[in-house]
Write a protein that binds this ligand. Structure first.
Ligand code: PLP
Length: 408
C-alpha cells in the first residue's frame, strides 16, 4: 500500500485517507504507480472498448494511474459544498497557471491572456474558425495526433500536409518542404510540441525557425503544448513556442492543459494563452455560445495539480522512463518491430513495417493487445503504445505483442 494514498481498487473507484496530507516538498516514491486499478465499469473510453474481451487496452492517451493525492483532496473538499452552478475562473486558478508557466518555462504571462476552453481539441477547432478566411489552407505535419486532421471546417479550409522527416533517428520539421509549401492562402500552422505521436521535443532553434517562416508568410501559429509537462528523457527541455520566438508572440496561440500530465482528461479543463488582444478577441468571439466554460471540479483539480502536483509529477516522469526502458529492452528481441527514440509523452511510436501486415493494429488486437493504429496519425505501418500503466500491465502487453509476432 502506498504511503500517501490508500486505494481500494474495485468497480466503485478509489478512496483516499484524507488524514494523510502530503506536503508540497515531500518526495513521492514512484512505486505508487505499480498499483493496478480496475477501470472497467467506470465509463472509461479506453477500457470499455474491450469490455468482456481479453484485450489489454494500450491505446487512447490517458493513464491507468490514480490522480495525485492533493488533487483528490481538493476535489473532495469542493464536493463537500453541494452546489455546482455557473463558475467563474478564480484569481487563484489563473495565478496557478501563470506561476506554473513562469516556474517551469520562464514564461511570464499576464492572467488576462488566458482564455478557458474545455479541451485542447476545442482550441484547435476554435482557432480554425477564428483565424481562417474562406479557402484558406492550414499546415499540419504528419504523422500527427488525428484531431489535427479534423478540427478545421472542411467546407471553408483545407489542410496542407508537410510530413516530418527523420534527422539522426529523430523526427523533426522538414523546413525546405515547409517553406516551399507556403503561399498566399496558407494562413496558419497547427503545431504539436512536444509531438504526438513521435515524442519529439522541438528545440528552441527549430521553433524559432517555424516562427521565422510564419512571420515571412504572415501565418498564425497554433501551438498545441498539451504534452509540455511530460518530457521524460531527463535531457530535453520543453520550450513554449512563444518563448522560443518572442518577436512572433503576437501571432501565436498556445493551447495547454494539466489533463495529460495529471490524468484529468475527463474533467475538461484546458486553456489558451493569447497575448495579442486582437487574436484573443477573435478566438473568444468564435467560441461564444458554442464552447462551455470550465466546470468547477475541473478548475479545482487543475489548480491543485499545478500548485501541489510537483512531487507526484516528478515520480511519474521517473516511472514513465523506466517503462520506456522496459519496452526498449523487450522490443530489441522481437523481430520486425522498431521502437522510435522518445523524448516526451507516454506514447511509444513503433515502426512495424517489417512485419508486412495489412492492418497491424487489428492484428495485435486479435492477439489480445489494443494499440492505436498508425494510420489515424498518417503512418499506416506504425502502431502507438500507451505505456502509462503499471509495469506489470506493460509487461503483460509486451508479452502479448511477442506472442502475436511469434504467431506470424
Ligand atoms: C497533441 C494532443 N492534443 C490534444 C489532445 C486532446 O486534448 P483534449 O482532450 O484537451 O481535447 C491530445 C490527446 O491525446 C493530444 O495528444
Amino acid at each position: 500500500m502506498c504511503p500517501v494514498l490508500s486505494i481500494i481498487s474495485g468497480t466503485h473507484g478509489i478512496e483516499c485517507n484524507m488524514n494523510d496530507t502530503l506536503s508540497q516538498s515531500k518526495s513521492i516514491d514512484k512505486s505508487i504507480f505499480d498499483k493496478v486499478i480496475e477501470r472497467e465499469h467506470t465509463g472509461s473510453l479506453k477500457w470499455d472498448k474491450y469490455a468482456g474481451k481479453d484485450v489489454l487496452p494500450m491505446w487512447v492517451a490517458d493513464m491507468d494511474f490514480a490522480i495525485a493525492e492533493p488533487i483528490h483532496k481538493a476535489l473532495v473538499e469542493r464536493l463537500a459544498h453541494p452546489i455546482f452552478g455557473y463558475t467563474k475562473q478564480s484569481d487563484a486558478f489563473k495565478a496557478a497557471i501563470c506561476d506554473h508557466l513562469k516556474k517551469e518555462y520562464n514564461w511570464a504571462i499576464d492572467a488576462d491572456w488566458l482564455v478557458f476552453i474545455p479541451g485542447v481539441v476545442t482550441g484547435l477547432a476554435v482557432s480554425c474558425r477564428a483565424f481562417c478566411e474562406d479557402n484558406d489552407k492550414v499546415m499540419v505535419n504528419p504523422p500527427i495526433y488525428h484531431h489535427f486532421y479534423d478540427s478545421h471546417e472542411g467546407k471553408r479550409q483545407s489542410l496542407t500536409k508537410v510530413p516530418l522527416h527523420k534527422v539522426d533517428e529523430r523526427w523533426t520539421y522538414d523546413f525546405e518542404r515547409m517553406k516551399a509549401a507556403c503561399g498566399k492562402d496558407l494562413s496558419m500552422i497547427m503545431m504539436c510540441t512536444p509531438h504526438n505521436p513521435t515524442g519529439t521535443v522541438f528545440t528552441r532553434e527549430e521553433l524559432a525557425q517555424v516562427g521565422e517562416m510564419c512571420a515571412q508568410n504572415n501565418m498564425t501559429i497554433i501551438s498545441d503544448e498539451i504534452h509540455c509537462d511530460l518530457v521524460i528523457d531527463g535531457k530535453s527541455q520543453h520550450v513554449p513556442t512563444a518563448v522560443a520566438c518572442p518577436e512572433q508572440a503576437d501571432r501565436i496561440v498556445t493551447l495547454m492543459s494539466a489533463s495529460k500530465t495529471w490524468n484529468l482528461a475527463g474533467l475538461n479543463a484546458s486553456f489558451a494563452v493569447i497575448s495579442n488582444p486582437e487574436l484573443r478577441e477573435k478566438f473568444t468571439q468564435a467560441a461564444q455560445s458554442i464552447v462551455a466554460p470550465t466546470p468547477p471540479l475541473a478548475m479545482v483539480a487543475t489548480e491543485a495539480a499545478l500548485t501541489q502536483g510537483g512531487p507526484w509529477r516528478k515520480a511519474l516522469l521517473e516511472y514513465l522512463l523506466d517503462n520506456y526502458k522496459i519496452i526498449e529492452e523487450e522490443l530489441e528481441s522481437i523481430p520486425g518491430l522498431k521502437l522510435e527514440p522518445l523524448q516526451a509523452t507516454y506514447l511509444a511510436w513503433i515502426d512495424a513495417t517489417e512485419l508486412g501486415l495489412k492492418n497491424t493494429a487489428e492484428y495485435f488486437e486479435q492477439h489480445g493487445v489494443g494499440l492505436s493504429s498508425g494510420e489515424q496519425f498518417g503512418q499506416p505501418h506504425y502502431v502507438r503504445l500507451n505505456f502509462a500503466c503499471p509495469a506489470s500491465v506493460l509487461r503483460d502487453g509486451l508479452s502479448r505483442i511477442r506472442n502475436a509476432v511469434a504467431s506470424l
